[in-house]
Design a protein around this ligand. Structure first.
Ligand SMILES: Cc1cc2nc3c(=O)[nH]c(=O)nc-3n(C[C@H](O)[C@H](O)[C@H](O)COP(=O)(O)OP(=O)(O)OC[C@H]3O[C@@H](n4cnc5c(N)ncnc54)[C@H](O)[C@@H]3O)c2cc1C
Length: 388
């Protein structure tokens, strides 16, 4: 019997799932990616678009071209809803039947939960706003700079940290560092909580060495053109503020019966099957899941692997499904060709820990991006092997 596996989304989670399935399943089974956009951009490289003048086109894939003759079909058609009873995805142009469905639709930037964040805050997450951010940061050399996350649920603290480090480097190079106060704000109690105590301690000292003020446990609730407003009534004046907006699930999942109050899908971590999948055939991976934990590309890849292996095991009635052991892994740009690699098994009770600052982490991140694009996203285990 031929099976059809639909994968919704056109980024890290979906591309990894599609290739894993393609390698595990007989070619008679159909693997179809459906995304709302014809192209996808490698977001982890956005800091280089800002500080190294990297052309966004160089890190953008045309999905239709990418999957030509690969045995993976691509359809550009925004999903509008899911009909669980009839195993159908309803898109703007067509309806699509599935045997298995993998949701990899990411998180929506819910600016409305942090008033002023769209109008007055700069973005490092949104491709349509990245050039405006570049312009503002490259011309900034005097005043109060803030970067971070507000109080509206944003489990993604790395990108604003990269920006503040890059900016510190740029200002130092220009001899303007003393004119600028750099501030990092977060509603969390530590810098990168999933990293664990050694990572927190290292980052505290790292920020301190660069004279960056860290404000932990501050709940930004609003901003206007020159003031940040916090939950405890305090205010802070600012000149530039770069924020990752609050995250919520996408609108198309709203009536799916799959989501929590924030619009995310809760899954069984052993196989990524959605807890509320009526027919036990809907999976979710990456930033769209509602289980606790950071929202990271590395984890999206790991989750996509587990979901795909589980589907292949069900179809093939044999095979191995790996255990999902979330680990913290990121490389943060520091400016000047230096990267900071943080790896920690803290989330899964492991002892593994690596903290490495230097040229090699920076180069390996670029290598990863280049290989990802060159191999059309068919990266195997490369996300694990980087820097190991
Ligand atoms: C600046 C920056 C730097 C980062 N650096 C790192 C890093 O160094 N390491 C790391 O691990 N992570 C990093 N991340 C996080 C990482 O990019 C995300 O965790 C990852 O992109 C999540 O992948 P995903 O596939 O789950 O979701 P997304 O990448 O958000 O993709 C969601 C996909 O779903 C599509 N979609 C949305 N709605 C619909 C719809 N209605 N119908 C069809 N398709 C839809 C979207 O177009 C998109 O293609 C970084 C993020 C940013 C912004």
């Amino acid at each position: 019997m031929t099976k059809t596996i639909l994968i919704i989304g056109g980024s890290f989670g979906s591309i990894k799932a599609a290739w894993t399935l393609r390698h595990l399943l007989d070619e008679k089974h159909r693997i179809i990616i459906i995304s709302d956009k014809p192209r996808t951009t490698f977001r982890a490289s956005f800091p280089r678009v800002i500080f190294e003048n990297l052309d966004p086109e160089k890190i953008t894939m045309d999905l239709s071209e990418n999957f030509k003759n690969t045995g993976i079909e691509f359809i550009c058609d925004p999903m509008a809803s899911i009909d669980q009873d009839n195993n159908q995805v309803i898109c703007e142009n067509n309806n699509y039947q599935f045997d298995y469905l993998i949701l990899a639709t990411g998180a929506r930037h819910a600016y409305e939960f942090l008033p002023g964040s769209r109008e007055f805050g700069l973005s490092v997450c949104d491709i349509s706003r990245i050039l405006e951010t570049r312009e503002a940061l490259l011309n900034f050399d005097r005043g109060n700079f803030f970067a971070g996350v507000g109080a509206g649920f944003t489990p993604c603290d790395g990108p604003p940290m990269e920006i503040i480090m890059d900016l510190h480097h740029l200002l130092s190079e220009k001899g303007k560092r003393d004119n600028v106060k750099l501030n990092y704000i977060t509603d969390k109690g530590q810098l990168l909580p999933p990293g664990g105590p050694e990572v927190w301690k290292y980052l505290d000292e790292h920020f301190n060495r660069k004279n960056i003020n860290v404000h932990l446990n501050v709940h930004l609730t609003k901003l206007d053109k020159d003031t940040l407003y916090f939950k405890d009534g305090k205010t802070m004046p600012y000149d530039i503020c770069l924020l990752v907006p609050p995250f919520r699930g996408i609108h198309a999942l709203q009536n799916s019966d799959l989501i929590d109050e924030r619009g995310f899908v809760h899954v069984h971590m052993k196989n990524m099957l959605a807890k509320d999948s009526k027919n036990k055939n809907i999976y979710a991976v990456g930033d769209c899941i509602g289980n606790p934990g950071p929202k990271q590309g590395h984890l999206a890849f790991m989750q996509a692997t587990v979901a795909s292996e589980h589907i292949a095991w069900r179809i093939n009635q044999t095979g191995i499904v790996r255990m999902y052991l979330p680990e913290f892994k990121c490389v943060m740009d520091q400016g000047g060709g230096i990267g900071l690699h943080l790896y920690s098994q803290h989330m899964s009770e492991g002892d593994g820990l690596k903290i490495e600052l230097g040229e090699e982490p920076y180069k390996s991140k670029i290598r990863f991006e280049e290989i990802f694009i060159e191999k059309k996203g068919d990266i195997g285990e490369l996300h694990h092997q980087m820097l190991k």
